[in-house]
Design a protein around this ligand. Structure first.
Ligand SMILES: [Fe+2]
Length: 240
């Protein structure tokens, strides 16, 4: 056994402060009753194996799907063309390089390209709505896409979900994954969304809302939003 094996690892994954994580099950959203653990989670320290590997996920997953809006010449998704970018950061605001960032979203009419979504709203033949990129040395990710539409949740006593983007971040190892959602600033539906508002802490909810940036930073023809995702610590991006 070498010295490294005997050195205890710091337990870097402190529990979230009260109010940061969603309060589940979410009233009025029946899916959470079957998708939520019935028992409190058992805390388990992270070992060196889990903190360090498997690494280099980008070698195994194609990470060149950054443009969801333009499939080819003349094949442009319908809707408001949009650029979404930001950084993946750790608890000390250090960039997380080589993280795998996945995005999925509804089309401009608020419909997913997925067999489960059978809502009577148009599909867009030029929009699938999935993307995957790898962060650079500064922890940056970026996607070209379209602004998603709102959609009603297919449950009794439904409500409309505000426009939002789903994110999954894998990194630096495959066992560290955050699945979260990004919302748009100033949308009145944010106030009514049962999923966003399942996070009790107002500041934590605000961390899920992107910031609009000037289109000049990305070029003509696109609206632009920036959204940093912090994986751990006091400023961590909540799940939603
Ligand atoms: Fe969604």
């Amino acid at each position: 056994m070498d010295n490294h094996a005997r050195t205890p690892l710091p337990d870097r994954y402190e529990p979230f402060a009260p109010g940061i994580e969603p309060a589940v099950p979410v009233p009025g959203y029946p899916n959470t009753w079957t998708h939520t653990p019935a028992q409190p989670l058992i805390r388990r320290p992270v070992t060196r194996t889990e903190a360090t590997g498997p690494l280099a996920l980008w070698r195994k997953l194609p990470c060149d799907e950054s443009n969801l809006a333009v499939l080819g010449p003349g094949r442009i998704a319908q809707g408001q063309l949009m650029h979404v970018s930001g950084r993946i950061l750790d608890e000390s605001a250090r960039p997380v390089r080589d993280a795998v960032v996945e995005l999925w979203q509804a089309n401009a009419a608020g419909r997913y390209f997925h067999p489960i979504d059978q809502r009577d709203a148009p599909l867009d033949p030029h929009f699938v709505g999935n993307g995957r990129v790898r962060t650079d040395a500064e922890g940056r990710y970026a996607f070209f896409t379209i602004r998603p539409g709102a959609y009603p949740v297919p449950v009794k006593d439904t409500w409309w979900r505000p426009p939002h983007i789903h994110f999954s971040v894998l990194g630096p190892a495959s066992l560290s994954r955050l699945v979260t959602q990004m919302y748009f600033p100033g949308d009145p539906m944010n106030e009514w969304d049962r999923i966003l508002n399942s996070i009790p802490d107002a500041a934590a909810r605000q961390r899920l809302v992107a910031r609009q940036t000037h289109p000049a930073e990305v070029g003509d023809g696109w609206i632009a939003f920036t959204h940093d995702i912090v994986l751990r610590g006091r400023h961590a991006t909540p799940e939603a």
